[in-house]
Design a protein around this ligand. Structure first.
Ligand code: HEC
Ligand code: HEC
Length: 381
């Protein structure tokens, strides 16, 4: 209910699931997401002033396999098991004790803080809070939720022994994390069944593609079982859109460097997991690649591909925003990628192989959309 309820946004016009709509594979199918102040869902969403947020909305699949969240991993579980987030000590020990699902439990604490995504610049009590006042915004949200009797009952049922008035927004965020884990875990793919011994799951083309995936180093980052390495890499993807306040005019996005402060991390982004990748186009941290084949082909002689990047594959409004900084991007392109060159047909085969990573049950997620939410606000579907 919380994930679908617009009550969590400043002006009550957007919910978490507006940008991760189950009707579109838990991503919005946009190059970049469109935040509060707009109308519509997924491909038909429009903002009156044409505003986008800086990054592409990732799907919510199989997040139980990840230790870090967002393209730069700014919410993550460290090696020692402790939590690192942009809110520092405002995520109190008491809040951490509430979390049952690792760092994922904390993710919901942050979209509600972002003015562009949910909070808005003006027009509501959350917007009036200072930008660093996480605690204040979270308290305001609990005040809103506590005014709705149905939420009080639901919270107290979900956390037996704690009264609503003794809860924090960590209880809400944890509940959303649990919902995502339980409803978006889809690992029964053709590839998984093949690994368990069912040879009939992959066609010959897909088998060829699997071989290329291994020989062409894809597996170095999209590793064996989970197809992720918990790592961050610069795979020479172009930059577009409003940016994250980095570089000239603030239009660039330095990725992982924004979290660690280490210039070696410049333009490194989290390796995405690939199960159900078929369902979450467009691809890349800024939705730079319109379809699966195009991002696979990008790895073939990668530096030249970046220099020839075709901006017509992104949304019309964003085509002119592709930064002319290719030389800078290539300065610390991951060295693992340098020698990759495909033979004729390899990009097609790898693409076919990636389609074996779709769990058929993930194709229709609409059953998770509630008919109504306790606030009575409209549910995007
Ligand atoms: C305006 C659109 C928008 C809204 C609203 C929104 N998200 Fe997202 N979500 C995104 C984008 C874009 C990213 C990637 C952001 C980044 O990397 O900086 C993201 C990332 C995530 C991730 C990380 C996935 C991963 O693989 O790392 C999770 C989980 C998530 N959102 C859950 C939520 C929840 C829960 C809410 C509501 C509290 C929410 N989102 C609201 C657009 C949105
Ligand atoms: C050096 C590590 C690394 C290697 C090697 C690598 N990838 Fe990636 N891959 C990434 C990262 C990081 C991203 C996200 C890049 C970005 O958004 O800027 C990505 C993105 C992708 C995506 C888009 C997924 C999405 O959800 O947006 C696909 C598909 C993909 N890679 C396939 C491959 C294939 C096929 C190969 C081998 C030819 C390969 N990768 C090799 C790290 C790697």
């Amino acid at each position: 209910m919380l994930a679908f309820d617009k009550i969590l946004s400043g002006n009550q016009d957007i919910s978490c699931m507006t940008c991760h709509p189950p009707s579109f594979g838990s991503t919005d199918r946009r190059t970049l997401s469109i935040g509060q102040g707009a109308t519509g869902v997924g491909p038909s969403r429009v903002h009156p002033s044409g505003t986008f947020i800086p990054r592409n909305s990732p799907p919510l699949f199989n997040l139980h396999l990840q230790r870090s969240f967002f393209w730069d991993g700014r919410v993550e579980e460290l090696e020692n098991g402790s939590l690192s987030t942009p809110a520092g000590a405002q995520v109190t020990a008491g809040m951490e004790a509430t979390f049952e699902f690792g760092a994922l439990s904390a993710v919901g604490l942050f979209p509600v803080m972002s003015r562009a995504e949910m909070r808005a610049e003006t027009g509501n009590e959350l917007a009036a809070r200072a930008d660093g006042d996480f605690t204040g915004v979270w308290a305001d949200l609990m005040t809103r939720l506590g005014a709705i009797a149905e939420y009080r009952t639901m919270f107290e049922a979900a956390y037996p022994g704690t009264t609503f008035d003794n809860m924090t927004f960590a209880h809400a965020s944890n509940a959303i994390g649990g919902f995502i884990l339980s409803e978006f875990a889809f690992v029964d793919t053709g590839w998984d069944l093949f690994l368990l011994g069912d040879d009939s799951q992959l066609s010959n083309t897909q088998l060829e593609g699997a071989l290329s995936f291994m020989n062409q180093r894809c597996l170095r980052c999209h590793e064996a079982d989970n197809l992720i390495d918990d790592g961050f890499h610069n795979v020479a993807t172009p930059q577009l859109g409003p940016g994250r306040g980095n570089g000239p005019g603030g239009l660039d996005d330095f990725g992982r460097e924004g979290v660690t402060g280490d210039p070696d991390d410049r333009r490194r982004f989290k390796t995405p997991q690939l199960r159900n990748v078929e369902l979450s186009a467009p691809y890349g941290h800024a939705g730079q690649f319109a379809d699966l084949f195009t991002i696979v082909e990008h790895y073939d002689d990668i530096d030249a591909r970046l220099l020839e990047y075709d901006a017509t594959q992104v949304e019309t409004a964003l085509q002119s925003t592709v930064l002319d900084n290719f030389a800078d991007i290539l300065l610390n392109r991951d060295t693992i990628l340098a020698p990759i060159e495909f033979d004729e047909g390899e990009a097609e085969n790898i693409t076919a192989f990636l389609l074996s990573m779709t769990d058929a049950a993930a194709r229709d997620l609409t059953a998770v959309i509630p008919a109504t939410v306790p606030s009575g606000l409209e549910v995007d579907r």
